[in-house]
Design a protein around this ligand. Structure first.
Ligand code: DX5
Ligand code: ZN
Length: 220
């Protein structure tokens, strides 16, 4: 089995101590920085924008996995590339021309991700799967950290894994929302490659240890 990746979500960090929390991720067993961008339109919440991400990028020593929860994301693809984004995910539900958006992300030298809401059927990705480096499968409704995991996600992971295999694609499956030590192993067993964890990591007394525990739990 491939190494299972852990991507702590910066949304759950303490923004008054952002550098401390970035260094914690740098020095932990985490693999990626998961960065949630919300516009108050696609989702009912606003998170943070370019100046904050620029500061994160200046200190982060691991790949930046940016999850755009914004309408019409094509407008910002270049801006996110310029900030140093490694993997850029746009929402399926926010893209009229998803294939074009994926090509535009790759043309800027980034890996192309597609995020899907809990109600979006994975079969809708069949025709673009070979162009997708990462599917960010939402296991909560996007917009907020700290929500409860939606159990239907396991079924969707298995369905998506079949589509990836049937098409000989190398797409990674990332699970985003409500990930804890209680569901991590089952998510990996269903076919997940990357686990995002926000409040579970930052709400713990020792976030670095929690990341290490998640890493160990999912790679055994
Ligand atoms: C939700 C975000 C998630 C969120 C995860 O809209 O996309 O990345 O930060 O947070 P937890 O792990 O607390 O559910
Ligand atoms: Zn996210």
């Amino acid at each position: 089995m491939n190494d299972i990746l852990i991507a702590p979500s910066v949304l759950a960090a303490d923004f008054a101590y952002l550098q401390r929390d970035i260094e914690m991720i740098n020095n932990s067993k985490a693999d990626w920085f998961h960065i949630d961008v919300m516009d108050g339109l696609f989702v009912p919440n606003i998170s943070f924008g370019m100046p904050v991400i620029k500061s994160i990028a200046a200190h982060a020593k691991k790949p930046l996995d940016v999850h755009l929860m914004i309408i019409d994301p094509d407008r910002y693809i270049k801006a996110f590339a310029d900030l140093g984004t490694n993997i850029l995910s746009v929402h399926y539900e926010a893209c009229t021309h998803l294939h074009r958006s994926l090509q535009a992300i790759k043309a800027e030298g980034m890996q192309a991700g597609v995020a899907i809401n809990p109600h979006t059927n994975v079969s809708l990705l069949e025709d673009t799967i070979n162009d997708i480096d990462l599917v960010c499968m939402m296991s909560v409704n996007p917009g907020f950290g700290g929500q409860s995991f939606i159990e239907n996600t396991y079924k969707k992971i298995k369905q998506l894994r079949k589509i990836i295999e049937a098409n000989g694609a190398s797409t990674k499956i990332e699970i985003d929302g409500g990930v804890t030590n209680e569901n991590a192993k089952q998510l990996v067993a269903a076919g997940a490659d990357v686990l995002v964890a926000g409040s579970y990591v930052f709400g713990s007394t020792d976030p670095s240890q929690t990341i290490q525990d998640l890493k160990k739990l999912t790679n055994n």
